[in-house]
Design a protein around this ligand. Sequence first.
Ligand code: GUN
Length: 297
Amino acid sequence: MSAVIIDGKAAAAALGAAVQAEAVRLAHSAGLTPGLAVVLVGDDPASAIYVRSKAQQTEQAGMHSVVHLLPADTGEETVLTLIRELNADTRIHGILVQLPLPPHIRADVVLQSVSPGKDVDGFHVVNAGRLAAGLAEAMVPCTPQGCLRLIRSVRPDLAGARALVLGRSNIVGKPMALLLLAENCTVTIAHSRTTDLAGECRRADILVAAVGRPRMVRGDWIKPGAIVIDVGINRIADAAQPTRTRLQGDVAFDEALAIASAITPVPGGVGPMTVACLLRNTLVAACRSQGIAPSEL
Ligand code: GUN
């Protein structure tokens, strides 16, 4: 058996097209153009690529895009002042502060300064609390939201499935577990202190790997027929071209392919969906700011 390779690029393109169509409709019906501001502090090259891509795709979706590039030695108070301005800016409906921030800036303070209604990352405690409480108004973090959409594309009804989330970050692991719980899965969160990681994985009908360790999940960790979602984007040296790097997931893809029923590739799986979900969250935030009910996207 060879697993279905879940096409994250195609799923992201479909969601992006739906968001674009909805943005056009909003412009005509309500004169509303959703706006996203992205803040990047420092010159991390990977972050710069992500930010550029987010801005391009925001514009392609017919939305207003603003990028604030701040030097690495920018003080925390300057960042907080910018966010206060963006919170008050009526053309901006979503604010994303690209992580990681330089070490002299307290990420938690900055993230909690974003107005919950504009928190398209879903990192504010108000949105995290809404998600934990199962409230529909929660702004759901983009990566786990994208993962759930990909899982549901191959298995629409997840009730009763045993799900294992490998990783417990606030960005992916914890919200992923809550989303799967809301889908009536039986959810386990595993992490670096879990005893018998392989055994835990082997029990899972749905396995989401978000640990940031290349090829940590081997083929024999996977239950036959499981759905495997690989969130890892590890940049490693390319053995064929030593001067170059390439992306490697948290799952040994070649091994998993023979065991799983469906699997996301790296690249081309979760990554594109994360950006599409960001556009979707921005559109929803814009609708809510005007008291317009967002359409199902
Ligand atoms: N850096 C890596 N992933 C993310 C994300 O989902 N949001 C933000 N703001 N920064 C990130």
